[in-house]
Ligand binder design. Sequence first.
Ligand code: ADP
Ligand code: MG
Ligand code: MG
Length: 248
Amino acid sequence: MSLIIQDLHANVHGTEILKGINLEIPKGEIHAIMGPNGSGKSTLSKVLCGHEDYEVTGGSATMDGHDLLSMSVDERSRAGLFLAFQYPVEVPGVTNANFLRAAMQARMPEGEELDAVAFYKTLYAKMDKLGMARKFTSRAVNEGFSGGEKKRNDILQMMMLEPTYAILDETDSGLDIDALRIVSEGVNSMRSPMRSFLVITHYKRLLEYIKPDVVHVLSDGKIVRTGGYELVDELEEHGYEFLKNTEQ
Ligand code: ADP
Ligand code: MG
Ligand code: MG
């Protein structure tokens, strides 16, 4: 059981950004993607989630054998894919609690009703874990949230939805120490043989807490290096420039 990406090519507004991505993330593993700004990291996460601005021009992506690219955004999400962070969506007028209830109801088998009492019990327990005040439930999704509150809320969504494959596309700026801890603890508490993470980041800090199993480097729309955690230190020491001389 894996997320398998083969020779994936994608365009944005007619320009090729992904130039043949190959990646396999087995269930239970945490993979990190690092890479310079503009290398296509966010493009990859958006293509996987089915964002409409991105046109797949070749290759494939499957999730546990299911063709991801032929599914709608909603179908991907219901099949267990989760994308957090880079552009947190504001949903004016819809409270956090109702948003989550609707998302979880959509994942229930046809004809089954989400148990409201159990839902709130679980929600409050997870909010307590994240140090979130109860009033969060009645605020509109991400509306007027600070950066740290948005990150907490993303992690709350992830904890409630329990995705099989979670993609965390980190904003490289504005992650303070608190947000960093929340994100890392959230991810670490959800580590499971039945779940995989793709953690996208520009910097080492987050990976120090999360300790990925495998690290990939994306450069100019291609994975140019794959290795263990030592690759993170190598990048920290030499910067992305050194990749130019060491492309596989
Ligand atoms: P990264 O996340 O690695 O910094 P991105 O995937 O955001 O890189 O961007 C890769 C390239 O694609 C950049 O040159 C960027 O300008 C371009 N790009 C990404 N999204 C869009 C978009 N919606 N419209 C136009 N160009 C885009
Ligand atoms: Mg190719
Ligand atoms: Mg990005």
